[in-house]
Write a protein of this length. Structure first.
Length: 261
């Protein structure tokens, strides 16, 4: 196989949650250019349709299936509709996540805790239960990529529930990799550092926050969404066919000096 072919996804179907903005949207664009047929998904139908129309206008094959990943009936509809239209799933990217409040665990409400765990941990587990048997049925197997965070690796002030959910997500991937490896399904994690997305807008808007993150990162810049999307494409491709159960840190060296502040 030629080097450029290693990163192609021709004939593959990729389902991407949270793919109407940020890292998910960047991953969708890259995977479309690599030849994948896409399923765009997020909570808002109008956002899904907007991204679908953009990609379709570029000549890419894409459908939109709105999905609130915190609801099991929506998760089931996402998988069922993908199978109805395409008849296969080769790649599942669990990107949708929430971090609704920035507060110490001592002050965190139980409702917020449950929302974070349902969206960030239960959702990828349930999607895995639904999709991995279908991926395993593909002749060449396939892959699942979970989008975690370096918050899963270090203590993070005022984001405890999010960090805990992401740490658990890392181990969910390891467990799934062990269980599904014999059926040629690879499960990996991408753990970004500070990335310019809507999720962190309020945090980096605080006085001095962006400067601190930049100064504590070896490359002296925070990531753009495409910086994280490219490793996702790599893990979905044949170039990563012997990689499973791993957490790929994509942080510009941010954790080298202790991580998030």
């Amino acid at each position: 196989m030629l080097p450029d072919q290693l990163f192609r996804l021709d004939g593959k179907v990729a389902v991407i949650t949270g793919s109407t903005r940020g890292i998910g949207l960047a991953a969708a664009r890259l995977m479309a250019m690599a030849g994948a047929r896409l399923v765009i998904s997020s909570r808002k139908p109008e956002s899904c349709e907007s991204v679908r129309a953009e990609l379709a206008a570029g000549g890419f094959e894409v459908i939109a299936v709105p999905c609130h990943v915190g609801r099991d009936e929506d998760r089931r509809r996402l998988i069922d509709e993908t199978m109805r239209v395409y008849g296969q799933i080769d790649v599942l990217i669990a990107n949708a996540a929430v971090n609704p409040v920035f507060t110490p665990l001592q002050n965190l409400g139980e409702d917020v805790w449950e929302k974070v765990l349902e969206t960030n941990l239960t959702s990828p587990w349930r999607l895995a239960q639904m999709a991995l048997p279908l991926i395993a049925d593909r002749p060449a197997g396939g892959s699942m990529i979970l989008v975690s965070s370096i918050a899963s690796l270090v203590g993070v002030p005022n984001s405890g529930a999010y960090a805990i959910s992401k740490a658990a997500e890392n181990h969910l991937a390891r467990q799934l990799a062990l269980e599904w490896g014999p059926r040629n399904v690879r499960i990996n994690v991408v753990a970004p550092g500070t990335t310019r997305t809507d999720m962190i807008r309020s945090r980096i808007a605080a006085p001095g926050a962006l400067e601190r993150d930049t100064a504590s990162t070896a490359l002296r810049r925070i990531a753009e969404a495409t910086d994280v999307a490219a490793p996702i494409l790599f893990l979905a491709s044949e170039a990563a066919r012997h990689i499973t159960g791993q957490v790929l840190i994509v942080d510009g060296g941010q954790t080298l000096s202790g991580g998030l502040h």
